[in-house]
Design a protein around this ligand. Structure first.
Ligand code: AMP
Length: 404
C-alpha cells in the first residue's frame, strides 16, 4: 500500500509517500511560505537527487497540487499514476475528547475537529484546510486523521483535571489534553521492542525534547500523564514557551506592562522559554556553545535540565517506578550534553549512564546506560510519519474488508 502522509501547518505542508508494510519512504518534502512571496517546494526521493521549486502557491490546495505533480513527474517523481496512492493520512493536532485513536475522515469527524478549533486555533484550521484540499484533489482515496492528543486520552481524571471549578471542565472542556502523542506512542513501542519485553509490562518515561518539548509517563502501554496541558504551553521550558509557572504572574504582568490578552499570549508563546531567559537564542545548539561563556545561556540550560529531572522524578512516583527513559526529537536525539546533564546524579533512581555510548549515539537508536543500570536510558529517533502511515493503512485495510 502507498500512503501519502500530510502535515498541514499555517503556511506549510510537509509530506511523505510511504509503503508502511516495508517501512519505506519513497519520497518526502516540504512546501513552505504558502500564500507568501517566495513560496517553495523542496522534494527528495529514495533514488533521485533532491530538487527545489519556487512558484505562486496561494493556498493549501495549490500546495498539494504541487506535491502531487512532483510525485508524478517523470524526472523527480516516484509515481506513474495518481491512482497508485491508496490512502492519505493527515496529522491532526487536536481531537479533544472525541478521539482516542486514529479515524477515517468523514463529515462527523470534520465536525468534531471543527469544534476543537477553539482549543488549537493555530493548528486545527490549517489541518482542516489540508484535509479539504486533499479530499478535493483525491476524491476517491480514503483519508485518515491521526491526532496528537489521542494517545493521552487514557490519562486518569486525577491527571487531567485542573484545580479550577469543575463546571469549567464540563462547560468549556478545560482539562489537560497533552500533545506529541504520536511521538510518545512510537518511541514507547520501539523501547519495548529494543528490550524485547511486552509494552504492557513496562513503565516508560518518554522525553520528546525539540522546539516544543513534553514528557509522558507510559505505564503498561498507556499514557497516564504528560507535561503539556490544555495547550502546548505547559510543562518543560521550551524554545520560546514558558512551560510551568504560577498563573497569577500572567494577570500581574498584564497589569504592570499594560498588555492585551493577545500581547500576553505572544509573550508566553514566542518570547519566553530558552530564548526569553538566555536573551540569545531558542536553539539548543547555540545555548550549548555559550554554556560556559554566558551566564544567561547557562541559566536557561540549567532550568531546562532541572525541569526534565523534576518530571522524571514525578512520573517515577506516578508509575511506582520506571524501567526505561527515552530521549527523542531534535534535542533528545542530538544533544549528548542534555542527556548527560539530565542523567547526572540520578544513580539513586537506578540510572547509570555510559558516557561513551551516550556520545556515540547521535540520531540513531541506542541504549546509553551501563549493562548493570537498573533503568535503561535510550535514544530513539521519533517517526511520527511512519505511525500515521501505519494507522492509515490499518484503517483502510479494515474498510476494504467491510461488505459494501
Ligand atoms: P525539533 O522541534 O524536534 O525539530 O527540534 C528542533 C531543535 O532541536 C532545534 O531548535 C535545536 O535546538 C535542537 N537541535 C537540533 N540539532 C541539535 C544538536 N546537534 N545539538 C543540540 N540541539 C540540537
Amino acid at each position: 500500500m502507498k500512503v501519502l502522509v500530510l502535515n498541514a501547518g499555517s503556511s506549510s505542508v510537509k509530506y511523505q509517500l510511504i509503503i508502511p508494510e516495508e517501512r519505506k519512504v519513497l519520497a518526502k518534502g516540504l512546501v513552505e511560505r504558502i500564500g507568501l512571496s517566495g513560496a517553495m517546494l523542496s522534494h527528495e526521493t529514495f533514488d533521485k537527487s533532491p530538487v527545489k521549486m519556487t512558484g505562486e502557491i496561494l493556498d493549501h490546495r495549490v500546495a498539494i497540487e504541487y506535491v502531487l505533480s512532483i510525485l508524478l513527474s517523470p524526472r523527480h517523481g516516484v509515481l506513474k499514476d495518481k491512482n497508485e496512492i491508496d490512502a492519505v493520512g493527515h496529522r491532526v493536532v487536536h481531537g479533544g475528547e472525541a478521539f482516542s485513536g486514529s479515524v477515517l475522515i468523514n463529515s462527523d469527524m470534520i465536525n468534531e475537529m471543527t469544534k476543537c478549533i477553539d482549543f488549537a486555533p493555530l493548528h486545527n484550521p490549517p489541518n482542516l484546510k489540508g484535509i479539504a484540499a486533499a479530499k478535493s484533489l483525491l476524491p476517491d482515496v480514503p483519508q485518515v486523521g491521526v491526532f496528537d492528543t489521542a494517545f493521552h486520552q487514557t490519562m486518569p481524571s486525577h491527571a487531567y483535571i485542573y484545580g479550577l471549578p469543575y463546571t469549567l471542565y464540563k462547560r468549556h472542556g478545560i482539562r489537560r489534553y497533552g500533545f506529541h502523542g504520536t511521538s510518545h506512542r512510537y518511541v514507547a513501542h520501539r523501547a519495548a521492542e529494543l528490550v524485547n519485553k511486552p509494552l504492557k509490562e513496562l513503565k516508560i518515561i518518554t522525553c520528546h525534547l525539540g522546539n516544543g518539548s513534553s514528557i509522558a509517563a507510559v505505564k503498561d502501554g498507556q499514557s497516564i500523564d504528560t507535561s503539556m496541558g490544555f495547550t502546548p504551553l505547559e510543562g518543560l521550558l521550551m524554545g520560546t514557551r514558558t512551560g510551568d509557572m504560577d498563573p497569577a504572574i500572567i494577570l500581574h504582568i498584564m497589569g504592570k506592562e499594560d498588555l492585551s490578552p493577545g500581547e500576553m499570549n505572544t509573550m508566553l508563546n514566542k518570547h519566553s522559554g530558552i530564548l526569553g531567559v538566555s536573551g540569545i537564542s531558542s536553539d539548543m545548539r547555540e545555548i550549548e556553545e555559550k554554556y560556559h561563556l554566558n551566564d544567561r545561556a547557562k541559566l536557561a540550560m540549567d532550568i531546562f535540565i532541572y525541569r526534565i529531572k523534576k518530571y522524571i522524578g514525578a512520573y517515577t512516583a506516578a508509575m511506582g517506578g520506571t524501567d526505561i527513559i527515552v530521549f527523542t526529537a531534535g534535542i533528545g536525539e542530538n544533544s549528548d550534553m542534555v542527556r548527560e546533564m539530565t542523567c547526572s546524579d540520578m544513580e539513586f533512581l537506578g540510572i547509570k549512564l555510559d558516557k561513551n555510548k551516550n556520545k556515540t549515539s547521535r540520531k540513531k537508536e541506542a541504549i546509553i546506560t551501563t549493562e548493570d543500570s537498573r533503568v535503561k536510558v535510550m535514544v530513539i529517533p521519533t517517526n511520527e510519519e511512519l505511525v500515521i502511515a501505519l494507522d492509515t493503512a490499518e484503517i483502510v485495510r479494515e474498510l476494504h474488508k467491510q461488505p459494501v
